[in-house]
Every structure is written in C-alpha cells, then in structure tokens.
Design a protein around this ligand. Structure first.
Ligand code: CA
Length: 240
C-alpha cells in the first residue's frame, strides 16, 4: 500500500519470531513499524510516538494485553488490532468489548493481517465523518445499498421492507463495516446502557434481516456471524 505519509504501526509483541515476521511484512507493505516487547513500555510508546495503529499481543511478560486496551481507551481512539493465540470466543469478545477494533488469531498470514490494518486505518479516517454519513450518505456492498438519510435498504434496486429496529441494526453494522461488533456493543448502541444483555433479540432480528436481504440466508454474503462474539458487515464503500 503506497502511502505518501507512511502510517506508523506500533507492534507490541514479545515473541522474537513473530516480531520479525510483523516488521518485515509491514515494512515491505510501505508502513513504518515500531516495536516494543512489554506492556509498561508499550503505553509510553503509544503516548510518545502517536502510532496510527497498534498491533497487540495479549500474552505479554509483564501484563495482560487487555490491561493495555483498557488503559489506552481511557485517552485515545488509536485503532488496536489484537493478535493472539487465544482463540476462545470469550477472549475475543472481552478484548473487543474493552475497545479493541479487531482480533486476529495466531497463526495468521500476511494478506489477512494487511487487510485488517487497511480496515482499521480506513475507519480512523472515516470515524470523524460517520455522523455526516449517517445524516446524508449511503453504504454500498455488492447489490446491497443502505440509504441512511431515507432510512431505506435496497437489494439489487428493490426496496427491502425492514422494521425500524431491523434498519437500525443494519445501519449500525454498515457504519462499522469490516469490523466485528460484539453483541454487547450492539445492544448498548441500539437500546442504551441499561439494555437487556440477552443476545436472543439480536439473533431473532438477524434471522429476519437475512431472510430479507441475503440471497441465501444460510450462507450470508452481507452480514457475517462471528460465532459467540457478534456480527460483521462485509466491506464495501461509503458515498456522501
Ligand atoms: Ca506473547
């Protein structure tokens, strides 16, 4: 990815082999990688170097990576991509709920990593504009169009009749396309901090949404399930 200003990526990882892989992969893709191997120095580095994106290992020698997420989210929105050997659904949901933007399970390849970084950086650029998109813009992926202003969703040019709650769910995922939104995040965004924590309401709405927007609801192409974690809208493009 040729950048005129190279995006600075902070790698927080103690495994020397993975560090080397990450550094060479990022440098050859045109990024400016900087590295740190423990949690205490990591927080200093975030503050002093203002990276554009952080890659975070959860299993650090001096602290749990989740503590870094919690601490960073007290003062910065810098995107955090967790890279971890922990593959349990609860681990992913916990890191995402604490404010991580994405989660990649080790082992992973260069192509997947670079795609996730592009998504995270793109969201940094558009987050400030999301309010504007929500008022006037639209989102397009495949045959699906979300018209935020008119509160309409079309598939292949045909209006889809969503209920107000179904539209809010689709719109929320569209505004964060490419990212996993946890069940808890979605419930809080849609129904407020005191929302019922039962995921069932989301599953029921999603089944209905899929019947309306997906050509084959059992093999979704627009809204994917991250089992036990949440939902993710396929990446497309925003228009103003
Ligand atoms: Ca580690």
């Amino acid at each position: 990815m040729p950048n005129t200003i190279r995006s600075k990526i902070l790698i927080i990882e103690d495994d020397p082999g993975i560090r080397t892989f990450l550094r060479t992969t990022l440098a050859s893709a045109g990024y400016d990688p900087i590295m740190v191997s423990n949690g205490a120095s990591a927080l200093d580095m975030v503050a002093s170097h203002c990276p554009d994106c952080v890659l975070l290992d959860l299993g650090l020698p001096d602290m749990d990576g989740n503590e870094i997420i919690r601490s960073m989210r007290g003062w910065t929105r810098t995107p955090i991509i967790v890279i971890s050997a922990r593959s349990m659904e609860e681990d992913k949901a916990q890191a995402l709920d604490l404010g991580a933007d994405d989660y990649i399970t080790k082992p992973f390849g260069a192509i997947e990593l670079l795609a996730r970084i592009r998504t995270a950086l793109r969201h940094t650029r558009t987050t400030a504009e999301n309010g504007e998109i929500a008022l006037t813009g639209s989102y397009h992926v495949g045959d699906l169009t979300i018209d935020y202003r008119r509160h309409r969703v079309c598939v292949a040019g045909q209006d889809v009749h969503l209920t107000p709650n179904e539209f809010r769910i689709v719109a929320l995922l569209g505004m964060h396309a490419g990212r996993v939104l946890t069940y808890r995040t979605m419930l809080r965004e849609l129904w407020g901090p005191s929302a019922n924590s039962d995921n069932k309401i989301l599953r029921v709405h999603m089944a209905s949404i899929r019947r309306k927007i997906e050509p084959t609801p059992s093999e979704p192409r627009y809204i994917f399930t991250e089992v036990g974690v949440g939902y993710r809208m396929a990446e497309g493009e925003e228009k103003y």
